[in-house]
Design a binder for this molecule. Structure first.
Ligand code: DGJ
Length: 740
């Protein structure tokens, strides 16, 4: 990994074995972009990469000159990365190169989560200062490159060096110009209970974008966008990714101009956003992570997985095996008492489950969702001995105890609202919109964050609590904070997110042993900003195995297995009414952080024995299933959408687990082979099936021994006989590979 600056051509080159990122200070001092993609050799000058401006185009920078920090008003008519209103009302900016420095490691961003290094040698950072003198604005761009990852992280800081206030209207974290538009845009879109569905379409002239204005990143679109060629597959071809380490309103956009070049940008959504930058003040935009792959979308995902798992997540739980939980939500909803919960925990303990998580309903008068958010005092009629007695009871079973909380919210029917209705987000001249019978607390106010820190710390300190599921069940409406002046109200949504981060930061530091799981009605805030504090997230409220195939496939485009929380629930499934085999439910939930969300006391003996086997299987393969290299093999979004297959491979390639899922059974199927990937071609693998296959005469079938080369070129012959079709819908089979 190196960052070089060729003084003669004023060219910056960030390079490792996988990628190069090249920029040049153009003749007029503007920072131009030359290349982001495969690694190119060091050669001093990259004139051959240049566009027309290097051949003597005049002082102004018209389309389609590739730029690092495009601004309006100076001849570039594409979407800008920066809009800053100056005291005279102008928003034109023409920032010019000032200076730069290169240093080891990478700096943190004040108030915001970001990827990090553990030693200075892991990454290098280039900081480039651009100055717009008439606007009295300093722009500092930070580009970091890791030694061995195909990613560039990028962030932006703005400083007012004048004497009058400036107003920032747009501050994109990254802007990337690509020389052509023959790309498909891939993004993760959906809704509550069907998050992260993979969508793709060929770029068209003009602008195409995904965004959130909800106050959270949202289930509708994930703050991630990729481009791939039409022929790019999971394992071959070019792809770019842009991911934003941010949990609030975002915009990710591709614009194709009249010369068929493409500009990508990602950052805080400019809609409704403004930020007053007083004299001397600095504004920091969140980090964007740009990835490049010439080996398919799979390698792009792998780059994000490694970075987010190992250098975004932090704390003791980053590397620790994540426990198998049982959560009581779908088992009891609000209807429980201590005896019932201990029965569930005891029964789950007998099955090998490691942690009991108490979900919503333990506080105030919370017997349904109409009341008590904000009143985080235990409901003594349900739990007479308090959280402490329940937690101790669970600990006595030699299980850990976890708790649900939704700190950012308040119910209208609550003591907190009666005492502090002014802490609730709302516009004084309008009525507040209720959603799920609740309002949102004003996290932009430090006193609200202080209060929540005290309250949540009190709970966590009161009992042996090892885990917190931090929920957020509504979007923000009527954004407004009385603490902000009229012209600062555009800051509210960002300040809200900063307040959430500050609370997370304080709590995770005060309780370093607690495992945090983020949640927003399922995957409504499943983003890399959250992963910096909570290394795992509740992926979706939809626990149906077949729905989860699509949701987990899509989520895995960016986020590692260690972040994807996945539970086996009862049938008929509570969200879609589908009845799937217990083995299939486990075979899907295994690929992530595994758990249960059902009442084990109601299970038949046969189901209990199956679950014991599942828990034992997961424990045996936990490291592979939480931290292995994840490879997607057959997409539930492609073909006739009837099959899904994926696998996880150990780093040393000595073991792997491949999974194949069939949605609907088809009569008389033809032969079907599944080619595996990522194995050692020279190794031989013992292949055993899960659930174990039986020989026609009874007893388990003998495992086969197959070469890694054969498994990757010819593939596994899947069960596709008329008899296997007769086994019914929603089938799953795991292939466990162990090198011999
Ligand atoms: C939404 C979550 O996603 C569910 O798992 C559950 O915790 C409920 N909220 C509780 O209200």
């Amino acid at each position: 990994m190196t960052i070089t600056f060729d003084a003669a051509s004023r060219t910056f080159h960030l390079r490792n074995e996988k990628i190069s990122y090249l920029m040049r200070v153009l003749e007029n001092g503007t920072l131009g972009h030359l290349h982001f993609g495969g690694s190119v050799a060091e050669s001093g000058s990259y004139g051959r990469l240049s566009g027309r401006e290097y051949l003597g185009f005049d002082n102004r920078l018209g389309d389609p000159i590739p730029l690092e920090c495009p601004t309006p008003g100076i001849g570039d008519y594409r979407v800008p990365s920066l809009i800053v209103e100056q005291p005279n009302g102008s928003t034109a900016l023409d920032p010019r190169y000032g200076s730069h420095r290169v240093f080891g490691g990478k700096p943190a961003i004040p108030g915001l989560p970001s990827t990090y290094v553990q030693s200075l040698a892991e990454a290098e950072t280039l900081e480039i200062l651009l100055v717009d003198t008439p606007a009295s604005l300093e722009i500092r761009l930070f580009f970091a490159i890791y030694a061995d990852r195909p990613v560039i992280t990028r962030s932006v800081r703005l400083r007012n060096i004048g004497t009058e206030p400036l107003t920032v209207h747009t501050a994109m974290s990254a802007s990337l110009d690509l020389p052509d538009s023959d790309w498909e845009m891939v993004h993760l879109s959906g809704a509550w209970a069907r998050e992260a569905h993979v969508r793709s379409h060929h770029l068209v002239a003009g602008s195409q974008s995904i965004a959130s204005v909800r106050g959270a990143s949202g289930a509708q679109h994930n703050p991630f966008l990729a481009l791939k060629r039409a022929h790019t597959t999971e394992e071959s071809g070019e792809a770019y990714g842009l991911s934003l380490v941010y949990s609030g309103n975002f915009l990710a956009e591709a614009e194709v101009d009249q010369f068929e070049t493409t500009r990508l940008r990602i950052g805080i959504n400019p809609e409704g956003f403004s930020w007053e930058l007083g004299p001397g003040a600095e504004f920091c935009a969140p980090e964007a992570v740009l990835a490049y792959s010439d080996a398919g979308v799979g390698a792009l995902s792998d780059a994000y997985h490694g970075l987010y798992r190992d250098r975004l997540a932090r704390g003791v739980w980053r590397d620790a095996p994540r426990p198998i939980v049982i959560n009581n939500w779908e088992a009891t909803y609000f209807d429980f008492d201590e005896a019932k919960l201990l029965e569930i925990a005891t029964s789950a303990k007998d099955l090998g489950v490691e942690m009991f998580v108490l979900d919503d309903g333990w506080f105030g008068q919370r017997n349904d969702d109409t009341t008590s958010l904000g009143d985080w005092e235990v409901n003594r009629s349900k739990l007479p001995g308090g959280i402490e007695s329940l937690a101790r009871g669970v600990e006595e079973l030699d299980m850990r105890f976890g708790i649900w909380i939704e700190p950012e919210m308040v119910s209208r029917r609550s003591k907190l609202f009666a005492e502090h209705s002014d802490w609730t987000i709302g516009i004084p001249t309008r009525s507040r919109t209720e959603s799920r019978n609740q309002y949102v607390l004003d996290m932009a106010r430090p006193e609200v964050v202080d209060h929540l820190f005290e309250v949540v710390s009190g709970i966590l300190g009161s009992a042996p609590i090892s885990y917190v599921k931090w929920d957020m069940n509504r979007s923000i409406t009527e954004p407004f904070s009385p603490g902000l002046k009229a012209w600062q109200q555009g800051e509210f949504m960002h300040r809200y997110v900063l307040g959430v981060y500050s609370l997370y930061d304080r709590l995770t530091k005060a309780f370093p042993g607690v495992l945090f799981e983020s949640c927003a009605s399922g995957g409504g805030r499943f983003d890399s900003g959250m992963l910096a504090f909570a290394p795992q997230a509740w992926t979706s409220d939809d626990t149906d195995a077949i729905e989860r195939l699509r949701i987990q496939w899509g989520t895995s485009m960016v986020y590692p297995l260690s972040s994807i929380s996945a539970h086996v629930s009862a049938v008929p499934n509570h969200q879609v009414g589908r009845v799937t085999p217990l083995a299939t439910r486990a075979a899907v939930a295994f690929f992530g952080v595994f758990g249960y969300e059902l009442d084990p006391t109601t299970l038949a003996a046969r189901e209990r024995s199956e679950i014991s086997d599942q828990v034992a299987f997961y424990k045996k393969w936990r490291d592979l299933l939480q931290r292995g290299k994840f490879l997607r093999l057959r997409s539930p979004f492609e073909g006739d959408r009837n099959e899904t297959a994926w696998m996880t491979v150990a780093r040393d390639r000595r073991s792997a687990i491949a999974a194949h899922y069939v949605t609907l059974s088809r009569p008389n199927p033809g032969p079907n082979r599944l080619r595996l990937r990522g194995l050692d071609p020279d190794a031989s693998y013992r292949v055993s099936l899960w659930p174990a296959a039986r020989k026609p005469e009874g007893g388990p079938a003998r495992p086969m021994v197959l070469g890694g080369d054969e498994l990757m070129t010819a593939g596994i012959v899947l069960e596709s006989s008329p008899e296997s079709a007769g086994q019914g819908d929603f089938r799953a089979r795991l292939y466990v590979l162990e090198a011999v």
